[in-house]
Design a protein around this ligand. Structure first.
Ligand code: 13P
Length: 258
């Protein structure tokens, strides 16, 4: 059975002091939420300190990117081994900001995905269409292409050790959340596509929704049968909002067990 996961993506925000203040505010309420799983993806320089603060808690540490190469002369790169060393459990791969701002291709994202797995990290593979692609009716083709690049490079079974995050680009940081039905439709498509090759793998795969998730809309999104939690940007920086989203995941788990 899939368990809901909520991961905060802090992006390139804050300072060491603000990260610590945020953790101080979210950790006590989150420690009471035992049903779902939680993570925060911190900026590289703060990973060690954030990891220290999370030790022994029910919130896992994640990074926002990983180098596609193993080690060596890659100035500025941060390897999967380094992230594992810092106590990371998760790492975002192929976030749309990496793709659009830093020119990351599907193949680079797939290589990063492989590096994460190689070092025992769980990659959170981000996929999703831009507004023009949705309007052109190519949403499914886009997410299929992004997913297939990973399957082609590593094999379908590598998805069993990963999480997928559907993040429509038009919903990221815009306040325009996908409706629960829009999210559900794409999540169901992703799951069905994988199920065509391996039903058990598809049934177990955690698929997160990301894009303007807030305390006020999280419960409706998480109530969708194929939405297994959220990848949260802006709202993960606001303690009350993030806690409310985490509570919505806990609530969805409680409802599922009745
Ligand atoms: P927002 O929640 O700010 O829309 O960002 C979503 C996101 O990009 C998470 O990775």
């Amino acid at each position: 059975m899939r368990v809901k996961l909520v991961a905060g993506n802090w992006k390139m925000n804050g300072s060491l002091a603000s990260c610590q203040a945020l953790l101080k505010a979210i950790m006590p309420p989150l420690s009471a939420l035992k049903r779902a799983r939680y993570a925060v993806c911190a900026p590289y320089p703060y990973l060690a300190a954030v990891g220290q603060a999370l030790k022994g808690s029910n919130v896992a540490l994640g990074a926002q990117d990983v180098c596609q190469f193993e080690d060596g002369a890659y100035t500025g790169g941060v390897s999967g081994a380094m992230l594992a060393d810092c106590g990371c459990r998760y790492v975002l791969v192929g976030h749309s900001e990496r793709r659009s701002v830093f020119g990351e291709t599907d193949e680079v994202a797939a290589a990063k995905f492989a590096q994460a797995l190689r070092h025992g990290l769980t990659p959170i593979l981000c996929i999703g269409e831009a507004l023009a692609e949705r309007e052109a009716g190519t949403t499914e083709a886009v997410v299929a292409r992004q997913l297939d690049a990973v399957i082609r490079q590593g094999g379908l079974e590598t998805l069993a050790r990963s999480v997928v995050a559907y993040e429509p680009v038009w919903a990221i940081g815009t306040g325009k959340t996908a409706t629960p039905q829009q999210a559900q439709a794409v999540h169901a498509y992703i799951r069905a596509r994988i199920a065509a090759a391996d039903r058990r793998l598809a049934d177990a795969l955690v698929i997160l929704y990301g894009g303007s998730v807030k305390g006020a809309n999280a419960a409706q999104l998480f109530a969708m049968p194929d939405v297994d939690g959220g990848l949260i940007g802006g709202a993960s920086l606001v303690a009350d909002e993030f806690v409310a989203i985490c509570r919505a995941a806990q609530g969805a788990e409680e409802t599922a067990r009745i």
